[in-house]
Write a protein that binds this ligand. Structure first.
Ligand code: DQA
Length: 149
């Protein structure tokens, strides 16, 4: 089983970027934590970060039929990328939208997520823990689906 973890623009700057909002861990720290947590649960992880909308769309398209779950923090694209929204809609696997900060308690433009509707669940405001919570949610959803079969 494999989970694809996608991070969008400026998330490569975690650790340096506004630590009061986004914390002090780097993206590499967070990815290592997700990978070791998932491994303990017997799940492989793949990580992808890009500031380019089209690259994120291509990555999502490439995940068709190969990833069993998606964790995505689309960064600012969350609020306006219909292309990423449509690419997520194509994938019929659990898709968890993660935000380090609580986007509902910040500037008005961050309150709207155009990807929310096509994601299975949104986890926002739990810092980097949100990614590990997302792994657990995917495991839960997939095991519920399996037990129905
Ligand atoms: C973010 C919230 C977005 O509004 C922002 O543009 C980001 C990070 C978060 O993780 O809290 O880049 O997705």
């Amino acid at each position: 089983m494999k989970i694809l973890v996608i991070n969008g623009p400026n998330l490569n700057m975690l650790g340096k970027r506004n630590p009061k909002i986004y914390g002090t861990k780097t993206l590499a720290d967070i990815e290592n934590e997700i990978a070791s947590y998932a491994k303990k649960k017997g799940i492989d992880t793949e990580f992808f970060q890009s500031a380019c909308e089209g690259e994120i769309v291509n990555k999502l398209n490439g995940a068709y039929g190969s990833a069993d779950g998606i964790i995505i923090n689309a960064g600012a694209y969350t609020h306006y990328s219909y292309a990423i929204r449509d690419a997520l809609e194509i994938l019929d696997v659990p898709k968890i939208e993660v935000h380090l900060s609580d986007i509902h308690a910040r500037e008005t433009f961050r309150n709207i997520s155009v990807i929310e509707e096509v994601c299975t669940l949104q986890i926002a405001g739990f810092g980097d823990k949100g990614y590990v919570m997302a792994v657990d949610e995917i495991i839960k959803i997939l095991s519920e689906e399996n037990s129905k079969r």
